[in-house]
Write a protein that binds this ligand. Sequence first.
Ligand code: BGC
Length: 744
Amino acid sequence: METIQSQVDELISQMTPAEKAGQLTQYFYFRLPPGAEPGLDFDAEQQPRMVESAVGEGGAGSLLFVTDPAEINRLQRLALEGNRLGIPLLFGFDVIHGLRTILPVPIAMAASWDPQTIERGQSVAAREARAVGIHWTFAPMVDIARDPRWGRIVEGAGEDPYLGAAVAVAQVRGFQGGELGSPESVIAGPKHFAGYGGALGGRDYDEVNLSDSELWNVYFPPFKAAVDAGAGNVMTAYMGLNGIPAGGNRWLFTEVLRELWGFKGFVVSDANVVRSLVTHGFAADLTDAAARAVNAGVDMEMAVSDAAYAHLPEALESGAASPEAVDASVRRVLEAKIRMGLFDAPYVDEDRAREVLADPAHRDVARIAAERSAVLLRNEDDLLPLDASSVSSIAVIGPLADSKRDTIGPWVFDFDLDETVTVLEGIRAKAGDGVRVDHARGIRVVQREFPSMFDMFGRNRPSDPDGFDEEAEFQQAVDLARGSDVAVVVVGEWQNMIGEAASRSSLELPGRQLELLQAVVETGTPVVLLVMNGRPLDLRWAAAHVPAILDIWYPGTHGGAAVANLLFGEVAPGGKLPFSWPRTVGQVPMVYAHARSHEPENQGRRYWDEASTPLFPFGYGLSYGRFEYANLSVDQPATTSGGTVTVSVEVTNAGDREADEVVQLYLGQRYGSALRPVRELKGFQRISLSPGESRTLEFRVGPNERRYWNAAVRDWVSDPSTFDVWVGGDSTAELATSFEVTQE
Ligand code: BGC
């Protein structure tokens, strides 16, 4: 530590204000496919030239969006040659759910409720990223999302702070390994601090207004957990939170993150966030914006061009930017570079990179993650798993069923479609020679109404085969279903309909998908519905008419193989929903952990035209096993506010197949010094049980599980009260017990 500090001191003492500003500036470096339209506000030819000259003059400390190891080496050489102090570049990138090997999307990984699977997945992502020369990932996204209209719900862990925190920790561990700088690891950057998921109306980038209680009890905990797990970086949000834009919010980055939580890493702005302090009407000009951001504790600016931090020398000169703040930021950035071993080994071995990217073990990790993420939403009369010996023909229907690009989902750039396994391919490979597997697309792909910001990368926009005749194809799909033993219909959203800048005002299945599904169901052939999604969709009709529904999300590189294993019962689905699945967009936002409230006569019904319950509750997911819960008990009837009780429960698989269950513990405080949610998740364990096997599980419920932020006293409190405990397979669990907490 001391040597790192003295190395940093030595460097800082020699740096000019311009060199310091350079270290605090990160540029995008895009290499777009020929002829691509950037779509963003920059010149695709001129921008890389500008960045190269900045790099060559010490005007950039970090780059993002370069994934080719040869390019990384070339740019690193440029930086080292142009930098009199020999300070290397730090390369960052959005390795959100894999680099070459694509894992299921983050919301799917969260649906595994399995920290080990999540950690293993992100360690593969880190291994691939580091092998190509990336040192830092802009992940995990730990923003709580309670409004599925917001497209970025797909990047996070859903609605719940407890699950969100557990998933955040697993991801930080996966990315960073044992500690910052471990071999084959990258720096993790939880984002977007803070509150981004609360965008008004679910509209991406819109302002966020969160109560004190929501902020501390719901939106902060996953960040705090990621920081406690040692995350080396944090990224700012874009928007204003309660009236203060993230890039200028000193309270967030200095008082909460550093002073209160002890965060030791560096903070990066989201893209152009510092510049946009001017757009927000918060800063007068770029110099003012730079001063406000650096004074607030934003160490590095991420910019496409015209970085505001290039004006830091002026801001220092005029006294607007604090020299201590600037030096502290430079210190943090240099420390990260030293810890990552960049001064000793700035270049990357290109041959080794190729080997690591091709490692077949990585594909297995992705397949297993997809198997463990799928959520079985309906299974009437045990239609699933399919019995391969009694099925001789399968109709696989829908354009998503054989779309490689959609199978791997949004936020991926470095994928290899040749090795991506679609649902159709997976079923074909698994079903074997005796089973006829045919495919009909049925309908056209659906295009977004406005272009996606990722269209510029190519291969992102879906298309129909040449000469596609929708009427004929629709009929062919229905005929195929009629003549088959079972129909597997794949519906959902095309991957570019979800993600950043991809909010929707509706949750309906896009295009004619519902119509196609209805026509197939009408044939009388049993239908298995596979849903490819990153947000809940309006499945009211399907939930009443389709016997089997499996949510496969965007399952990743070997997603189709995973789906086939699930359909044929090689593995049993054990995932659970990380959000409450609304019936219709009009119910949004809908969370299970809502406060107790006035109960009028109409039995809790809040809409006259729709139920007030979700279509599928938070934590829900069926299985091929049948789980029974019994003997729920607490080891002591009462404890004091500092005390811990142990809850135990016996879980039995009364079915006839080995299967996984996610056992969930919910806690509710009956009375106290503030309104508390009706119940909150405070423990979970994913277990595998053989047929007939029983296991007794224990959960410890201590002060951390009971304390909460009280907005009246503006502090954490722990109330004496009666606490109810429910344990079961989802958030509507009824098996209950209780215990008392008395004053210390
Ligand atoms: C997103 C970030 C992302 C960054 C760099 C921004 O538009 O909000 O989440 O890390 O771009 O790609």
